[in-house]
Each structure stands twice: as structure tokens, then as C-alpha cells.
Design a protein around this ligand. Structure first.
Ligand code: GLY
Length: 339
């Protein structure tokens, strides 16, 4: 029997093998060592150190280690992108989002639009541990957290209240709010993502945020969406996102990065490929004259075998990494230079 090329390519398993074989495998920019390893957005430098220490000295579960790492930022009132002191929504109310996945058990948990609880990552873990659900939102999430023993508190710090007021008063010269000439309105869609791999190759991921500053009440970003703000598969690796959440949601970005690694892409290339997909999917109104997105977005990825990488839309940011080579920031690959 003769088999045409077209028929051959449609035989089960052949197309996948051919397309995987055609994917380039450029040399790794980053060292290739198995875990323990923890990778995070740049604000996670203390967190990756903590997670790495727990995995090496205490043989901690990767999710417990990653949560302990991001919790440092959640409880830090000076990080205005996460937890306590996060920048609020347009009413001046701080609402928090988080999600996580535990590779060994293939479980997930998340909370969205959570008020008054500083550690949404731990509430997401409680959703995973104690319920048959994946996401709780708003009042239901807050009530659940209190039933689980979390203590409600005011998350709006004096600094974040002043920043909100500066934004609010600068909105409209004709409204009834007097402007503060000296106040510069901040804007952030910052977040912390962390992925962790143990020496045995078990993986976990967590992303937690106060979301977009001055958002419309009820808006949630990518961070509480499994597959968007973070994703992990214990047979492949883990990925997470920071930046414009809408773009990470529309591209299923973290899921896609893990799927690209499954196909054979190195972690950094997987992140770059997701960013290219985001650009291709971006609406015209969000593109500049050169076809570049008018927003920032970053992805972080780690493979089960210890390879890691990160990429961002515009040159500049670093990511945080802790491994046998130490605790450090490294520059992210990027799609566009700032020139
Ligand atoms: N990436 C955080 C957010 O968009 O809410």
C-alpha cells in the first residue's frame, strides 16, 4: 500500500510528532538544573528565598513553599499591588484575587473580589483543601474565609487611601472634588506570581494580586483564573502571569505557556510565544502606530526538569529566582525594546 504525504501526516500520532520535531530548540539561556527551584515576578525576591529554603531545609510541599513566599508580599503594606495596602477600586475599596494549583494532587483553588482578608492565597488554598469548588467570589469568599478562621481587617493603608484620593480628584476638573496639584496618580496592574519545583520534581503555582488600580467594582483580572494567571501540570511544568489581566485571560496565557513547554519549547521560548499570541489577538484600539500593545504583560515559566525562563512585552523588568545557584534577579526576555 502506498501512503501519500497527506495521508501519512493524518495518521494518529504522526502529525504531533512531526510538528513537535519542527519546533526549534535554541540553546538554553538559563542553567539547566533540577529543583528545588522557585521563580517569581521581580517583587518576589524575598519570597523565592523563603520558598527555596523551605523546600531544601524542610522538604516542604511546593505549594506550601510558594504560598509562604507570596504571603510576604501580601502582608507587606508597601507593596501596593498585592494584599494589605493594595491599590483599591474606583470606590476606594481594596478587593483581592488569587489562584493556585497543586501539581501532585492535580487540584486548584481560587478567590476573587475578596474584601478584608489580607492573604487571598491562603483562602484559595482553603477553597482547594476544604471544598469541592474551585473559585469563590465576593461576599461568599469573605464569609467562607471568616468561617475558616481568617481575621477581617481594613486593607486600605493611609498611603493607598491618599493615592486613591489623588486619582479621584484628578479625574475631572468640573466635578466637586478639588484637585491636589502635588499629587501624582499611580496606576498598577502589578501582582506576584510564584512557581516552585521540589527536588523530586513536584510542582505548584500561585498568583495573588489587588488587581488593576481604580478598577470598576466587580472587575477581576487573570490572577484568580486557573489557566490565565497561573497554571501547573505535574508532568510538565508551571507558568504564571503579571500585567494586564484581560490579555492573559483572553489568551489563556499561563495554560498556553505550559502547553508550549509540553510541545518541547524551552520555558523562555514558551513565554515569548505566548506574548506573540497575545499581540496577534490584541484589538486595534490597544495597539500603537507600530502595532505594539499599549500595555505590559509578563510570563514566568519553570519546567519540571529545572529549566526556567520569563518574558515580558517591553524591555526592562527582572524576575526573581532561587535555585542551587543562589537567590537573584535575572533580566527577562522581551518582545519589544523601549526605543
Ligand atoms: N494581572 C493582574 C490583574 O490584571 O488584575
Amino acid at each position: 500500500m502506498s501512503i501519500s504525504r497527506r495521508t501519512f501526516l493524518h495518521l494518529p500520532g504522526v502529525a504531533a510528532a512531526v510538528s513537535a520535531a519542527s519546533i526549534p530548540h535554541p540553546p538554553q539561556a538559563h542553567p539547566h538544573r533540577a529543583g528545588p527551584i522557585a521563580i517569581a515576578s521581580g517583587n518576589g525576591i524575598r519570597g523565592v528565598e523563603q520558598a527555596y529554603r523551605m523546600m531544601t531545609e524542610e522538604e516542604a510541599d511546593p505549594l506550601d513553599a510558594a504560598i509562604a513566599g507570596v504571603k510576604i508580599q501580601e502582608l507587606d503594606p508597601t507593596d501596593q499591588s498585592v494584599g494589605l495596602g493594595g491599590l483599591p477600586d474606583e470606590r476606594g475599596v481594596v478587593t483581592l484575587d488569587a489562584s493556585l494549583m497543586h501539581g501532585p494532587t492535580r487540584r486548584a483553588g481560587a478567590v476573587a473580589a475578596l474584601e478584608d482578608i489580607a492573604t487571598p492565597s491562603l483562602v484559595a488554598k482553603a477553597v482547594m483543601d476544604y471544598t469541592d469548588h474551585v473559585i469563590l467570589v465576593g461576599k461568599g469568599a469573605r464569609d467562607f474565609a471568616i468561617r475558616m478562621g481568617f481575621k477581617p481587617q481594613n486593607l486600605l493603608t493611609e498611603q493607598s487611601r491618599k493615592d486613591w484620593l489623588a486619582w479621584k480628584t484628578s479625574l475631572n476638573a468640573d466635578d466637586n472634588w478639588l484637585e491636589w496639584p502635588e499629587a501624582a496618580a499611580k496606576h498598577t496592574d502589578g501582582t506576584i506570581h510564584m512557581s516552585a519545583v521540589t527536588a523530586g520534581g513536584d510542582i505548584a503555582s500561585v498568583t495573588t494580586t489587588s488587581g488593576l488600580a481604580w478598577k470598576i467594582p466587580g472587575r477581576i483580572g487573570d490572577s484568580p483564573i486557573v489557566g490565565a494567571g497561573q497554571y501547573c501540570d505535574n508532568t510538565v511544568g508551571s507558568a504564571g502571569a503579571t500585567g494586564r489581566g484581560e490579555a492573559a485571560i483572553q489568551s489563556c496565557g499561563s495554560f498556553l505557556a505550559v502547553e508550549f513547554m509540553r510541545q518541547g519549547y524551552a520555558p523562555e521560548d514558551a513565554c515569548l510565544e505566548v506574548l506573540r499570541r497575545v499581540v496577534a489577538m490584541t484589538e486595534d484600539r490597544l495597539l500603537d502606530e507600530q502595532g505594539r500593545p499599549r500595555f505590559g504583560l509578563s510570563f514566568y515559566a519553570v519546567h519540571k526538569d529545572g529549566r526556567y525562563g520569563a518574558a515580558t512585552m517591553y524591555e526592562g523588568p527582572d524576575f526573581a529566582i532561587a535555585s542551587a545557584d543562589g537567590v537573584r534577579h535575572e533580566p527577562m526576555a522581551f518582545l519589544f525594546s523601549n526605543e
